[in-house]
Structures are given as structure tokens and as C-alpha cells.
Design a protein around this ligand. Structure first.
Ligand code: PMP
Ligand code: GLN
Length: 389
């Protein structure tokens, strides 16, 4: 393994999904739904297989999908993007993020991000020769209210080497939705230091209890310095399709396209028209998807609380966070997750894996559980978790 990738072994998601299979546990680790996406979307994909859609699509993505992405951004963020020059289809959000790092970072350039942090970010920065500057998010003190960060620490993380501010809202693994005020602070920093903002919005539609997703690209003066990434996986329950996209000003998108050309060239022929159909679904689809997931959240949160685990109920995403200390006084979340298949027949992800070593203590006692699961599976999981009580 090259020095760039040293320390990045197998992803925790692969390790924990394998543990679930090997132990016959209910897998509340890796975030993927076990129920299908909308029929209108699946039918288009089925119909596209066996047609010319099976061959290489155009480099930036099929025109129909790029138009649908631009339409979706207009509808939900009020932002206008030119489908020909300001929209690029990628192999999931993951490729959009990695291609951006490769396109924009010089060796030694710094990327400021919040942690806990989704695992691919640090690896992508490292592959591009960049350096991560992590600003910690603090859990709500009494388990309710939002995760917060310290403004002074954010400001101090920006140096003359900073090139990118990377924000994930709604945020994995905490379920935090960044507020307009928090994003305005980021926007001010970006403008003051002439930085590009990269925003990962894959959970943009999975927001609960009237919380509102805000894209930093929509703040004054930000469209021209922001790259917005999202993906079909979460919005249409098709995480295995790996269709993502990136929108932004033409020169930045052209740079990302240059990197994408040599990573995957193109991707997901038959799924592209299907995702286009999904992005054109009426507003009611998107609202119903959030409402449905909110109901699943409530079931799991109640089950975890019933098992004696204090839960931080999320405002968005697929994930709830628990504090393991009442059932595990040493506060070792990783050991808790390794023991959970035996104790209860359930698999979860230790939040500590989303921290850099510098701040690992902050997440040591926390564990992430996914609730994007069918009613039957959630009921089974809740029943099993009772064994902890
Ligand atoms: N960003 C975040 C915050 C995620 O949770 C995930 C996992 N779904 C991704 C990116 C990856 O998205 P994709 O599967 O579209 O590459
Ligand atoms: N985003 C999902 C999660 O956080 C899946 C990640 C993955 O498999 N790489 O669980």
C-alpha cells in the first residue's frame, strides 16, 4: 500500500456487514435500505437494459439526466445550472468527491471539514496528496438539541494552505442539519479567504420534524465558489446503482470532469434515464420519503431507549446515535459493537471510526445505528435489543 493510503485499511462498513452475515445478526451498520425504490424509477431501469443504454453514455452523463439534475436543483434550492457546462454525472457521490480532490488540490493543500466525518473524505484527500484539518462537532450535552461546533476552532482551522471547505449537510453520522447561520459563517470564511466550498448533500431529502435543508450554494455570493454533490442512492432507495452528480460554476465542473474522465470515464448507462425519471417525480414523492423514514426513526429510537441506551434522535439521514456508557461503563463503543452480535444479534457502527486520531476521544462512547430498514427488520432488531436491558 502506498504511503498515501497507509492507515486506510478495509472500510468499517465492509467489516461490519461481513460480521452481520457471519453471525446471522440484524445489520443496522451500513446505511442501505432493505426495501425497494419507487416503481416508476425501477421500471425505467428495467426497460433500458437491452437497449443502446447498455453502451457507454456520453462523458458528462446523458442529456436527459443532466437536464433532470438541473431541474431538481432549481426546484429544491432555487439555483440555476446549465445542464451542458455546470452539471456532471458521477459514479455515486463518492466519485464526485474524490474527483474534486484530485482536480483541485495541490500536494500539501488543506481541506477543512467537520468530524465525525464520512470515511471516504479523508481517504480522498489523502489520495490527492492533501491534508485534512478537522473541526470537531460536539454532541448535544443532555442528548437533545443539535450537535454544535466552536466558531473559533473553525476559524483557526483555516490557514494560508487551505483550498477547500468540505461540508456534509445533512450530516452522516450525526444526523445534523447545518443551520443557515452556521452555513453563513462558512460562507463568510470562504469569501474572506477565497476558498471553494464542497458540499455533500446526499441526504438532502431525508429531513424530519420540519427541519429544513439549506445548501450553502444558495447563500449570497456562494454559487460561484460552491460545488454541490448529491446522489440517487438515498433519495430513491438505490444505493447500489451508484449514480451521483456534481453541480457548480463551469470552470470548477470542467476541472472535476477532467479527473472523472480518467477515473471511470462514464458510468451506469441503464440507470441514468431511471434516475432522471426519479428526479422529475412530484414534490409529494420527496415529502413522503422523508415522512416514511421519520416513522422508521421513531421506531428504532424508541427501541434503543427501551434497551437502556440514551439516544440522540437525529434531525435527518438514516442514522441514530447512542451513548453506550449505561450498558458499558468503560465507554468503549468499538468493543460494544464487536460484542453486540453475541449480546443481542445486532450489528452497528462505532462512531469513533469517523474521527481523526486527534479527536477520537470525543466519539469513543458513541455508536451509530441505521433505521432505513423494513418494519419487520426494525421490529426484529428492537426485540433483540431488549436482551441488553
Ligand atoms: N456521502 C455521504 C455523507 C454518505 O453517507 C455516503 C454513503 N451513502 C456517500 C457520500 C456515498 O454516496 P454514493 O453511494 O452515492 O457514492
Ligand atoms: N453511506 C453509508 C453509510 O455510511 C454506506 C457507506 C459505504 O458502504 N461505504 O453507512
Amino acid at each position: 500500500l502506498s504511503s498515501r493510503l497507509r492507515g486506510f485499511g478495509t472500510t468499517v462498513f465492509a467489516e461490519m456487514s461481513a460480521l452481520a452475515l457471519a453471525t446471522g445478526s440484524v445489520n443496522l451498520g451500513q446505511g442501505f435500505p432493505d426495501y425497494p425504490g419507487p416503481r416508476e424509477v425501477l421500471d425505467v431501469a428495467r426497460g433500458a437494459i437491452g437497449t443502446s443504454a447498455d453502451q457507454y453514455p456520453p462523458g458528462p452523463g446523458i442529456p436527459e439526466l443532466r437536464a433532470a439534475i438541473a431541474g431538481h436543483q432549481q426546484r429544491f434550492s432555487g439555483l440555476t445550472y446549465d445542464p451542458d457546462t455546470e452539471v456532471l454525472v458521477t459514479a455515486g457521490a463518492t466519485e464526485a468527491l474524490a474527483a474534486t480532490m484530485l482536480a483541485l488540490l495541490e500536494p500539501g493543500d488543506e481541506v477543512v471539514l467537520f468530524e465525525p466525518v464520512y470515511d471516504s473524505y479523508s481517504a480522498s484527500v489523502a489520495m490527492a496528496g492533501g491534508v485534512v484539518r478537522a473541526v470537531p462537532l460536539h454532541p448535544p450535552v443532555d442528548g437533545t438539541g443539535p450537535w454544535t461546533f466552536d466558531e473559533a476552532r473553525l476559524r483557526a482551522a483555516v490557514t494560508p494552505r487551505t483550498r477547500l471547505l468540505l461540508v456534509n449537510t445533512p450530516h452522516n453520522p450525526t444526523g445534523k442539519v447545518f443551520t443557515s447561520e452556521e452555513l453563513a459563517l462558512l460562507a463568510d470564511l470562504a469569501k474572506q479567504h477565497d476558498l471553494t466550498v464542497l458540499t455533500d448533500e446526499v441526504y438532502e431529502h431525508l429531513v424530519f420534524d420540519g427541519a429544513r435543508h439549506v445548501s450553502p450554494a444558495g447563500l449570497p455570493g456562494m454559487r460561484e465558489r460552491t460545488l454541490v454533490v448529491s446522489s440517487a442512492g438515498k433519495t430513491f432507495n438505490v444505493t447500489g446503482w451508484k449514480v451521483g452528480w456534481i453541480c457548480g460554476p463551469a470552470p470548477l465542473v470542467a476541472a472535476v470532469r477532467t479527473a472523472k474522465q480518467f477515473l471511470t470515464y462514464v458510468n451506469a448507462g441503464p440507470f441514468q434515464p431511471a434516475v432522471a425519471a426519479g428526479l422529475r417525480l412530484p414534490d409529494a414523492y420527496f415529502a413522503a420519503a422523508a415522512g416514511d423514514l421519520q416513522r422508521r426513526r421513531d421506531v428504532l429510537v424508541a427501541g434503543l431507549a427501551g434497551a437502556g441506551l440514551p439516544v440522540i434522535s437525529p434531525e435527518a439521514t438514516y442514522f441514530a446515535t447512542v451513548d453506550v456508557r449505561p450498558v458499558r461503563p468503560d465507554g468503549d463503543g468499538l468493543a460494544f459493537c464487536r460484542a453486540l452480535p453475541d449480546l443481542a444479534g445486532v450489528v452497528a457502527i462505532p462512531t469513533v471510526v469517523f474521527y481523526t486520531p486527534e479527536h477520537a476521544d470525543l466519539g469513543r462512547h458513541l455508536v451509530r445505528f441505521a433505521f432505513c430498514k423494513s418494519d419487520a427488520l426494525l421490529a426484529d432488531a428492537v426485540e433483540r435489543l431488549r436482551r441488553l436491558g
